[in-house]
Design a protein around this ligand. Structure first.
Ligand code: HEC
Length: 208
């Protein structure tokens, strides 16, 4: 496992724990179980501190590794950063409204994260040559190079080195369509475009 994968897994685990702690706290508050809430808050205090620190640290690391910061990611981060002070104030004041609002915001951030996993291919007008044939170089540049690099060697987010690839065109096509581990599937390409990208990799990116 690469450092990126380990940190990504850690981030997911700490976010889940963080989320569960808030879920339990919100339920206790809404159910008017003030004593239980106080006891629970005291019990998880240290865990919560460690989890919050890891949440931030792994989040910042992941942000430095991703190929491009999209507006949707900025929205996600803003929501997370907003929900935390809201939760702190909400629980301190015992405000059900604020605590619930904060919980809904965290839930929304989670949802945005899930949405971001799907990747729709970018197919510009340049993807078709003047003679009507497929411009595989353009498709590769706009959909693959941000992780693999124009030469296939960039390795961003742990992407495989495509200049030393041992796969057949069909296997590459299948990875594009289905994804593999840290590489999400790339949707919206026609079978012809997928084949053209695969052929471009084995003929122009792979070093012979
Ligand atoms: C968001 C980053 C990202 C993008 C965009 C991306 N890849 Fe990947 N790719 C990866 C990662 C990470 C791996 C390693 C996956 C694994 O661990 O098996 C990978 C692995 C591969 C492999 C397997 C190589 C091998 O030898 O095992 C192929 C082939 C591949 N990518 C092709 C493509 C193609 C073609 C595109 C564009 C249509 C593309 N990738 C877009 C991140 C990306």
């Amino acid at each position: 496992m690469s450092t990126f994968e380990i940190i990504k897994k850690t981030h997911f685990i700490v976010v889940t724990i963080f989320f569960l702690i808030y879920l339990i706290k919100t339920i206790l508050l809404l159910a008017n179980k003030r004593d239980a809430l106080q006891l629970f808050t005291k019990k998880v205090k240290i865990i919560e501190m460690i989890v919050s620190f890891l949440f931030l640290a792994t989040g910042v690391y992941l942000m430095t590794q991703i190929p491009e910061i999209k507006p949707i990611l900025i929205i996600k981060i803003t929501i997370v950063l907003l929900s935390i002070p809201l939760a702190i104030v909400g629980f301190k004041k015992g405000s059900k409204g604020l605590a619930t609002l904060s919980f809904i915001l965290i839930l929304a951030a989670f949802g945005i994260g899930e949405m971001m996993k799907k990747k729709t291919a970018l197919v510009s007008e340049k993807a078709v040559n003047t003679d009507g044939s497929i411009n595989a170089h353009e498709l590769y540049s706009s959909n693959c190079a941000k992780c693999h690099g124009e030469d296939g060697k960039a390795g961003i987010t742990g992407a495989s080195d495509l200049s030393v690839i041992q796969l057949s065109n069909d296997s590459i096509s299948s990875i594009i369509v289905n994804g593999r581990k840290n590489m999400g599937k790339v949707e919206g390409l026609t079978p012809e475009q997928t084949k053209a990208i695969s052929a471009y990799i084995t003929t122009s990116i792979k070093e012979h």
